[in-house]
Each structure stands twice: as C-alpha cells, then as structure tokens.
Ligand binder design. Structure first.
Ligand code: ADP
Length: 455
C-alpha cells in the first residue's frame, strides 16, 4: 500500500473513531435526558391528578377527566389511573382503563414510592401519594412522541454527519498526504535519472528547512562524495596506465633497437641491462599500484597491535640504508620520552614502517647531501615523528598537491619516482586515525611530520 494511502487511512480511522465516540455519547446523553424529563412530566401529572382528587373534593371525576384531557400540558396517549389501598381503581382519566401493567406493579410502587417502567410503547411512571392518612397509587402513562421524533432526527443527523465527516476526512487525508509526500515523489523522479555517468547532477534542496529538504541535502552530500571517489578512481586509472605505458614504450624501443641489426656481445649486454632496469622499474610501479589499491580496500580488515614507533623508525632506517648505503639518516634522541607507552601506538608495524621508509627515502633522494634528520617526540595525546631534509623543497601551492596520487612537483622531474608514495603514506595514516603534514621552502628543504595517538 502506498504511504499516501496508508497515512490517509490511519488518519481517517482515528477521526472516524473520535466522531463515532462523540456521536454515541451525544445520542445516549440526549436519549437519557429526554426519557428522564418525560418521566418527570409523567410524575408531576400523576401528582397533580392525585392532589385534585383528594384535596379538592368538589371536583368530580368527570370534570377532572375533562381537565386532564384539555390541559395545555396534555401528553400524547396520556392515561392516569388512581388506585386506593385495596388496589381498587378509584379514578381513570380515560374510560377504558387500558394501561397494561404487571400485577405486582402497585405493590412495588407502595414499596419504592416511585417506579419508572414501560407499558407497551409508552413510558409509565407510578408514584405513591400520601395525604390525610390515605395512600394512593397513581399510574401515569403517555407516549413521548415529540421526544422520540427528536431522537429519530438526531440519529439521522448523526449518521449522515458521521458518513459525511468520514468521507471528507478520507478525501482530505489523501489530498494532504499526497501534498506532503509530493516532494518525495519529485526526489524519486530526480534520483531515478542519476547514473554513474551524471553524478554531477544534484537534487533540488528547496529552502533546506523541512525533513525532506534535509534528505535531499544529505543525498547531495553523498552524491558529492561518490562523484569525488569516481573522479579519483578515474584519474587513478588514467595516471596508472600513463605511468605503465612509459616504461613499456622504453622496453619496446630497446627491443626494436636490438632487432635493427646484428649486434656484438657487448651491445647485447648493454641492451639487456637496460631492459632489466626498465623491467625493475615496471615491477616497482606495479607493486606500488597494487599496494595503494590494497590499502584503499582493506580499511576495516587491518589488524591492529601495539607498535613501538622508535623501533619502527630504526627498522625503516636499517632497511633503507641496506638498499641505498649512500644515504645518511641522523636520528635525534633529544626528545625521546622516558615512558615507553608514550611512543607506543595502536597500528600495523609493516604499514607504519612503509611510511617512514618513504619519508626517509624522499628526504635523502631530494637533497644533495642525501641526509634525512629524524626526530621522535610525544605530547599528552600524540606521538610524532618528523623527517627533515635540506633539499630541493616545495612551493606553497605544491605542498597541497603532493599527496594526490601521481602528482610530482616541477623540480622533481630529474629524480626517479612515480608520485605514489605520499598518497600511500596518507592512506596509511588515515587508517591509523593519524595525520601527515608538510612544511617546506623551495630550495631550502622540507619537513614531513606524522602524528598518531599513543596508548
Ligand atoms: P615520488 O617521490 O616517487 O615521486 P612521492 O609520492 O613520495 O613520490 O612524492 C610525491 C612528490 O612530492 C614528489 O614527486 C616530490 O615532488 C614531492 N616530494 C616528496 N618528498 C619531498 C621532499 N623531501 N622534498 C621535496 N619534494 C618532495
């Protein structure tokens, strides 16, 4: 069932129940009031008749009958019977005393003093009238035709009012629910046109006030993130293929060169050495790409354990120096805290080593003295490691861009590299809820600092 119809139905059910309850209360209260009122009138009639009979002895029965029938307050089908102590009928307002009553009624009236009951369709009131030692039982009955007509009219009005009210409620409910849900229909239509190819499209955010506008705002934010992710993916693929094409093209031209003419053994050796270095470059690049793709994927599955940052720095240094012995790493021990827990973070040792290896490698690679200065320190919450060099440095605009995959600064052109290392470092730090920052001056040097919360 559509939400619009469900809301209209629920709303109508609630209103119908309230209307029904009100109608029943009004009907029952009016009926009770009208019946009680009629009994009161019957009792007062009975009382008046009895009073006339006893107090005004001169009034003869026939005259009383005439008075009874012709008073202004005479009721429809009105009959009054008066009985003495021995249940003898001493007065009847009509000649044939046709009030049907149960045998025990007279005794019941004597006992209870007042009784209200029915005689066929008529209401019947019985009272005990005591005066001057006499105890008369007076029965007065009449048909409350006016009251019944009023009740009938009321019933009619209430039933039709109820049906009309419910129909109106259903109609208005469907209309207003439709009105309120129309923006959702519009969002639905807009969303159905969004595909991977037009992620730039945005939903209409209205005046950003109500819940549906907020839904559109949030949806647009999700679209924004999706678009960014798609864009990153697209540029990653195009950069990666571009980077892979260059060494492949170099490989191809080397091979073509080798096939051009017959070469001597030395020339073949040179070509094979070049091919090997190009193949190595290709392997290095594909490994980096694979690693970046993996770190992008496996955010939640990364196993975390306490890691000693000081040890990681030393491991990275040793690994770098054994691969490139011409590099120099200077470790500054001055800031080391006394407590070991301050340099212990929750993380993945392999990944953190990769970050430091990359930072130290860059520092040595991009500086003429091939030297990296490493410092480790802590504050109340964070453990930080900074890697400083006195190398080629970066312009302020470039410090923003170097963490993008494949971005290389203009002055790095003469140095080996693919521009992937720092984006991997940034991903790894994000996985550790940490940060990487750079301060740099062109031609003066750079300092990269990573910060991670310690235990
Ligand atoms: P790669 O060094 O392989 O090019 P990175 O992702 O590690 O890739 O670095 C991206 C770019 O950031 C480098 O190409 C270089 O332009 C710049 N960069 C990184 N480290 C330094 C540094 N220590 N000094 C100057 N520039 C740097």
């Amino acid at each position: 069932m559509k939400i619009r119809n469900r809301i209209a139905l629920q709303f109508s059910l609630i209103v119908a129940t309230i209307l029904l309850a009100f109608s029943v209360i009004i009907y029952v209260t009016t009926a009770t009031y009208s019946r009680d009122d009629f009994y009161d009138r019957l009792k007062s009639k009975a009382l008046t008749t009895a009073r006339f009979l006893i107090q005004v002895n001169e009034v003869d029965h026939n005259l009383l009958k005439i008075i009874d029938r012709n008073t202004l307050t005479a009721l429809y089908d009105e009959k009054v019977l008066v009985f003495d102590e021995r249940n003898r009928l001493i007065y009847s307002s009509v000649d044939d005393h046709i009030i049907h009553y149960q045998r025990g009624l007279l005794d019941e009236v004597r006992q209870l003093k007042e009784v209200e009951t029915w005689s066929d369709d008529n209401q019947l009131a019985g009272i005990l009238y005591e005066e001057g030692g006499r105890k008369l039982v007076v029965l007065a009955s009449a048909n409350d035709r006016v009251g019944q007509n009023k009740q009938k009219n009321l019933r009619f009005t209430l039933i039709w009012g109820l049906l009309g009210g419910i129909s109106l409620t259903i109609g208005l409910g469907i209309f207003f629910a439709g009105q309120s849900l129309r923006p959702i229909d519009e969002i639905n239509t807009q969303v159905s046109t969004i595909t991977a190819r037009n992620l730039r499209q945005r939903l209409d955010e209205g005046d950003r006030q109500d819940e549906i506008d907020q839904l559109a705002v949030n949806f647009n934010a999700v679209l924004g993130r999706l678009e960014q992710a798609f864009e990153q993916q697209r540029s990653f693929v195009s950069h990666a293929s571009h980077e892979l094409r260059t060494p492949l093209a170099a490989l191809k031209s080397e091979i073509q060169l080798g096939l051009l003419r017959r070469l001597n053994a030395d020339e073949y050796e040179t070509i094979l050495t070049n091919l090997l270095s190009d193949a190595d470059r290709l392997i290095g690049l594909t490994n980096s790409l694979l690693f970046l793709a993996r770190t992008l994927e496996n955010i939640s599955q990364m196993p975390l354990a306490p890691v000693q940052m000081e040890e990681v720095v030393l491991l990275a240094r040793d690994e770098l120096l054994s691969a490139k012995p011409q590099y120099r790493i200077e470790f500054d021990y001055d800031n080391l805290p006394e407590s070991e827990t301050e340099t212990t973070v929750s993380g993945n040792e392999e990944l953190l080593k990769r970050v430091l290896l990359n930072l130290m490698d860059n520092a040595c690679k991009y500086s003429a003295n091939h030297t990296a200065h490493v410092r480790l320190g802590t504050d109340a919450r964070l453990c930080w490691v900074s890697v400083r060099d006195e190398g080629i440095g970066l312009s302020p605009e470039e410090t923003e861009l170097i963490f993008e995959p494949f971005y290389r600064s203009a002055n790095a052109a003469g140095y080996e590299g693919f521009g992937i290392g720092l984006s991997i470092c940034q991903r790894i730090l994000e996985l550790h809820q940490g940060r990487i920052q750079v301060e740099s001056r062109l031609n003066e040097g750079s300092q990269f600092t990573i910060r991670i919360a310690h235990l």
